[in-house]
Design a protein around this ligand. Structure first.
Ligand SMILES: Cc1cc2nc3c(=O)[nH]c(=O)nc-3n(C[C@H](O)[C@H](O)[C@H](O)COP(=O)(O)OP(=O)(O)OC[C@H]3O[C@@H](n4cnc5c(N)ncnc54)[C@H](O)[C@@H]3O)c2cc1C
Length: 376
């Protein structure tokens, strides 16, 4: 039983169905979401998605970002090319999250039309000696489902995690961002651009259909902003004016890091944001969750085949330690990304730019940074 039909729960469902297991995905939302949220799919995750036979559809729906450029005051200070030896595939794919979820849902339904149960809000998971009982509210009535294993893929505010009493200390960062999708005003249709400006970073990423995602660091959390506000901030810092009339999405966020103390307990395993939420700056969260699922699927298949009493065997504990390490690495990388985007006095900006120019001018540093930015 997979609780949560977000990108990670859907992906795990596909992998388990491909392996012949009988599964259900309980999702509280009655209809599919329409928010573009996560966009970046990194090479290791695309390779994992290929195993679910969805990579081709995602590539067809997305834009291939083949390089990243850092600018300061309009001048280039660093350039990373993703099209380099050893990088497979040679790009970061950009697809709005709603579309990614639609592709995953279609594949899941093709394997088992009844696997995704929408409108089922899980409240409780009880562990018995041979199975677990999952209670869900469906249109006001309580339904109970029995399962050998329960996977909590129910996001950062995981009810499964809370029900098990698993602690997940939350760190709220002193950073705030405003982001929005607008028609792409420029010609860099395959380039991610970081404007490292004194007033704070402006990031921009290509999206499909001639759109572009803008993310700006703000001095504090933003409430009630309009597309005109984001466009004006981008213009003040970079001289570029995204057209507010073309805005299809605007939202603000203050990043958090929340890593669960443990992700395996009894017959339950937490994956994705339920196990670890990292700052969206650097675009790693969804990718990290897919890699959890890719590592977990063979363990669940083997445990199911040997009639194991539940996750708890050595292989699950190794899995837990490995994925926790991966989450901590991603959280550290996201933290450095946020530090890099904070406002700085102009003389410090000059020194930073000189340092970055000389560091990124060295091919081994550029290669290391490329691996780091692409989760390799
Ligand atoms: C602004 C922003 C930009 C981002 N950009 C990127 C990016 O570019 N790349 C990247 O890798 N990551 C990015 N992320 C992070 C990414 O969105 C998350 O890591 C990802 O959505 C986690 O997937 P998930 O399936 O674990 O959880 P979720 O997407 O949160 O899905 C959980 C699902 O569980 C359901 N659910 C919750 N509670 C229950 C319940 N009790 N019963 C039944 N169902 C329940 C929810 O309705 C939801 O559908 C970004 C995040 C934000 C906020």
């Amino acid at each position: 039983m997979i609780v949560g039909g977000g990108p990670v729960g859907l992906y795990l469902g596909i992998l388990l169905l491909q392996r012949g297991l009988s599964i259900a995905v309980l999702e509280q939302r009655a209809t599919a979401p329409a928010h573009s949220k996560a966009i970046g799919i990194h090479p290791p995750a695309l390779e994992a998605l290929d195993r679910a036979e969805v990579a081709r559809d995602l590539v067809a729906a997305g834009v291939k970002i083949d390089r990243g450029v850092a600018l300061s005051n309009g001048r280039e200070i660093a350039r990373l090319s993703f099209d380099r030896p050893g990088m497979q595939p040679p790009f970061i794919l950009s697809v709005p999250q709603w579309r990614t979820e639609a592709v995953l849902e279609r594949r899941l339904r093709a394997l088992d039309p009844g696997a995704l149960v929408r409108g089922a809000r899980v409240g409780r998971v009880e562990h018995r000696s041979t199975h677990a009982v999952v209670s869900a509210d469906r249109a006001g009535s309580l339904e109970k489902f029995e399962a050998r294993f329960v996977i909590g893929a129910d996001g950062a505010r995981s009810a499964v995690r809370a029900g098990l009493g698993i602690r997940a200390p939350e760190r709220v960062h002193p950073d705030a961002y405003l982001m929005g999708d607008f028609a792409d005003p420029g010609t860099n249709r395959t380039t991610a651009v970081l404007h490292l400006e004194a007033a704070g970073v402006v990031e921009s990423f290509p999206l499909p259909e001639g759109m572009r995602r803008w993310v700006v660091r703000m001095p504090s959390a933003v409430i009630g902003a309009a597309p005109e506000d984001l466009s004006a901030i981008v213009h003040a810092r970079t001289g570029i004016s995204p057209d507010p009339r073309t805005s299809t999405m605007l939202s603000s966020f203050t990043p958090r890091t929340t890593i669960a103390r443990n992700s395996v307990q009894g017959r339950t395993v937490l994956i994705g944001d339920a196990a670890h939420e990292v700052s969206p700056i650097g675009g790693q969260g969804m990718n990290l969750g897919w890699l959890d699922a890719a590592a977990l699927a063979p363990l669940l298949t083997a445990a199911s085949a040997r009639g194991s009493a539940g996750p708890g065997a050595a292989d699950f504990l190794r899995y837990e330690a490995d994925r926790r390490r991966a989450a901590l690495t991603a959280a550290r990388r996201a933290h450095v990304n946020m530090l890099l985007g904070r406002p700085l006095p102009p003389d410090v900006v000059k020194a930073r730019d000189a340092l970055l120019r000389s560091l990124f001018g060295a091919p081994p540093v550029a290669a290391w940074a490329t691996r780091r930015f692409t989760m390799q």
